[in-house]
Design a protein. Structure first.
Length: 81
């Protein structure tokens, strides 16, 4: 199964899946960078990122006032498999 279908089986919609795929590609980044790559507005992207953190699919950290979002380890999603 490809990773996109895996995220969809976890209940992620198309936008959430796009965000997750870009976080995999980009690594730890702020919402603005992820938004630019997903071609979604920053507010929508930020809301999606916060929701994915609540679902424990992503983690976040704040440094110098900037919140970045990331997978701590790709193995973090293994508990969903």
């Amino acid at each position: 199964m490809d990773i996109t279908r895996f995220f969809q089986k976890l209940g992620c919609d198309e936008k959430e899946t796009r965000v997750l795929m870009n976080v995999i590609k980009l690594g730890s980044q702020p919402a603005s960078v992820i938004a630019a790559h997903t071609r979604l507005d920053r507010t929508t992207t930020y809301r999606i990122l916060k929701h994915l953190c609540q679902k424990k699919l992503l983690a976040q950290s704040k440094s110098r006032g900037v919140t970045t979002f990331y997978f701590q380890k790709l193995s973090d999603i293994q508990h969903f498999i």
